[in-house]
Design a protein around this ligand. Structure first.
Ligand SMILES: Nc1ncnc2c1ncn2[C@@H]1O[C@H](COP(=O)(O)OP(=O)(O)O)[C@@H](O)[C@H]1O
Ligand code: SF4
Ligand SMILES: [Mg+2]
Length: 332
């Protein structure tokens, strides 16, 4: 459904994002993970033309056979909201503080659909109920500040799904919320994705959150996709050294039983920090922070195939213990 090929996003002389190939088949939940500053937001937003004005996007993003790169702002705005819904990190900032909640949902519907008043109102009520907001009828008349952060995010999800999009892009939608509220929003997004066969591109710095929601995980570092594959494989049989560092910084992550305790937990950090845009080393961008660096790492790593749908870019990958691969596939 969504096919990305050779997507580059540049600001001035610096290429911030460089993704050779990434597909989101219809109804699939893809999680993008990486530390803050890895280029997750820039990647997700450039797909729907929401990159900063100073950024230049090249390459190809095809959504149901329609090319999105190079579309006018007006056409992209049509695609957003109707075909692709978008939700952001801070719900309070995304809502209009001066407008009642019901009206904001109605406006979102009216942008793309022409409905008579009574049907519009019924649709607003239906959407607020679908995102499990209690007492939707009275909630419609409230202003955003009268809602909790979790309720505000549910309203934004209602707005994003108002026109039955085939893909929802969610950039850290739970990061600003309490841990218990986060879990509720994650369950809601998973439920909506399954019921509506709606694809999800979910972005988070939190591997616990990503593991909870994703069928496929993409790991980004320095604006590049360094590993991509089925969620279990990427976490339990990480090949790239950066993925392994993320997993090791989250003890217990591969343990499904304790998943609930892991979401939102602050854990050990990877040594060093993500460099500024103009400070990445040549070759593999993780050089300098990687404990397994070898001479070849000074060259840009090529894509290697680890298994079905599982790829990575590392010159000195984690070796997989013989036999464990088959066991994992059989268990999943
Ligand atoms: N508007 C902007 N102008 C210039 N550089 C930016 C802008 N927004 C983000 N960047 C840079 O792009 C890189 C990736 O940022 P971002 O996509 O926001 O990372 P993430 O979402 O993973 O935290 C960072 O180096 C950041 O400083
Ligand atoms: S390519 Fe080299 S520096 Fe980069 S992650 Fe792999 S081993 Fe480390
Ligand atoms: Mg971000």
């Amino acid at each position: 459904m969504l096919e990305i090929r050779d997507l580059d996003v540049a600001i001035g002389r610096h290429t911030i994002v460089s993704v050779e190939r990434l597909d989101i088949p219809a109804g699939t939940r893809l999680g993008i993970v990486g530390e803050s500053g890895s280029g997750k937001t820039m990647t997700a937003m450039s797909i729907v033309g929401l990159q900063p004005n100073t950024a230049v996007v090249s390459g190809s993003v095809r959504f149901n056979d329609r090319e999105l790169v190079g579309l006018s702002d007006r056409r992209l705005a049509e695609v957003r909201g109707r075909d692709i819904g978008v939700i952001f990190q801070d719900p309070a900032k995304a809502l209009n503080p001066m407008m009642r909640v019901g009206r904001q949902v109605a406006e979102a519907i009216r942008l793309h659909m022409d409905l008579p008043r009574d049907r519009l109102r019924a649709r607003v009520l239906q959407l607020l109920t679908q995102v499990h907001l209690p007492d939707a009828r009275s909630l419609m008349r409230r202003y955003p500040h009268q809602l909790s952060g979790g309720q505000q995010q549910r309203v934004l999800i209602a707005i994003a799904i108002a026109c039955d999009p085939k893909l929802l892009i969610a950039d850290e939608p739970t990061t600003a919320l309490d841990v218990t509220v986060q879990s509720g929003i994650l369950s809601l997004l998973r439920e909506l994705s399954v019921e509506r066969k709606m694809g999800l591109l979910f972005v988070s710095h939190d591997l616990g959150v990503i593991q909870t929601i994703s069928e496929v995980i993409g790991v980004v570092y320095g604006g590049q996709l360094v590993e991509l594959g089925p969620a279990r494989r990427v976490i339990r049989q990480a090949r790239h050294r950066y993925t392994q560092a993320l997993v090791s910084a989250n003890p217990g992550i591969a343990d499904d039983e304790h998943l609930g305790e892991i979401v939102g937990r602050q854990l050990d950090v990877i040594p060093g920090s993500v460099p500024a845009l103009d400070r990445f080393p040549s070759g593999c961008r993780f050089r300098g922070r990687c404990s397994a660096e070898i001479a070849s790492c000074a060259q840009p790593p090529e894509i290697s195939v680890a298994g079905d749908g599982h790829i990575f870019k590392c010159w000195n990958p984690i070796e997989v213990v013989a036999g464990s691969e088959g066991d994992l596939d059989a268990a999943s």
